[in-house]
Design a protein around this ligand. Structure first.
Ligand code: ZN
Ligand code: ZN
Length: 319
């Protein structure tokens, strides 16, 4: 069973898949489905590769479905789309940046290629590349990997951001991303890293205390539009952020990393949004997590207990 239902109150599409109930929960390297080994308990047989992409066997999107269904006035649709896994290496213990800048650059190239390929599916409207690192953000397999979801709709947060970007351009004639880069460089108090191609900064208003955004300095919408030098610059900036996270509390800081590209189909595909990578770590300290509770869950109104300028200073000192 796999289908999409629309929340009648918020208008958000929600994906239902009972396959996800049976996805593996790994308890150590010996049982890791992403380490090379024999099928069916392992996804990959040989170990002679750098970066590997395959369809998620326990997807939140895609899969066969009986259709159409009658739901008495509610909106539902087939869960078209794709869910892919991106393995950063055959090694169980090597995080994204442990394998050197060349490998991170290869991962950026794979992200760009997969975005271009998935965008060719006429059902796909938006593509989200992300990594859930650590059990605190729901990673069920320890082996370092990312994921790519290709949605047959534009997710609500993406739609909201596209509205903001478009309204900003209408009233100022400027790209919001280009303007944020100019403001952060001018101000400097939230800047973590900058070179000719990319910068990393703590946003002016954070939903999570140690949230960090990475922006490519030239105005580009999609990863595929990046030059080779910009791809290297993006890879460097990502590793700068992760190195600071790992130094912050002396633990491998769990995070959600999300690559924001504009929708590829539908009315919001016209929005000229600036490519951005966001890191959302749930930790407030080494052993306290930011809880998504009443105000956040009930109203979407976040409360954050560390000022972004203070978080920046802590992250700067954390290498
Ligand atoms: Zn493994
Ligand atoms: Zn821009």
């Amino acid at each position: 069973m796999s289908e999409l239902r629309q929340d009648a109150w918020s208008g958000e599409w929600i994906s239902f898949s009972d396959l996800r109930q049976s996805r593996p929960v790994e308890t150590g390297a010996a049982e890791c489905p992403f380490c090379p080994g024999e099928p069916p308990s392992h996804e990959v047989q040989d170990a002679d590769w750098d970066v590997m992409v395959f369809e998620n066997r326990f997807p939140g999107l895609g899969g066969a479905v009986e259709w159409p269904k009658a739901y008495g006035g509610y909106a539902a649709r087939a869960a078209a789309g794709h869910a892919e896994v991106v393995l950063y290496s055959p090694r169980h213990d090597a995080e994204l940046c442990d394998l050197g800048p060349r490998r991170v650059r290869q991962v950026v190239d794979v992200w760009a290629d997969r975005t271009t390929c998935l965008a060719r599916d006429p059902e796909v409207q938006a593509i989200l590349i992300f990594e859930n690192r650590g059990r605190a953000v729901g990673a069920t397999v320890e082996h370092p990997h990312g994921q790519i979801y290709a949605y047959p709709f534009v997710p609500s947060r993406t739609a909201q951001e596209m509205g903001t970007v478009e309204a900003f351009a209408r009233s100022t004639g400027l790209c919001l991303g280009c303007e944020v880069i100019a403001r952060e460089i001018r101000d400097g108090s939230r800047l973590l890293f900058a070179d000719d191609h990319a910068l990393a900064h703590v946003p002016f208003a954070t939903r999570f205390p140690y949230e960090v955004h990475v922006l490519v300095r030239r105005h580009v919408r999609f990863l595929a539009d990046l030059t080779p030098a910009e791809r290297d610059g993006l890879a460097r900036a990502l590793c700068q952020v992760i190195a600071r996270y790992d130094g912050l509390f002396g633990i491998k800081l769990p995070y959600v990393m999300v690559v924001h590209q504009p929708p590829v189909r539908g009315p919001l595909a016209r929005v000229d949004a600036h490519l951005r990578v966001a890191f959302l770590p749930p930790h407030r300290s080494a052993n306290r997590l930011k809880v998504i509770a009443g105000s956040e869950l009930g109203a979407g109104a976040f409360l954050t207990d560390v000022l972004p300028e203070v978080a920046t200073q802590r992250l700067r000192g954390a290498t």
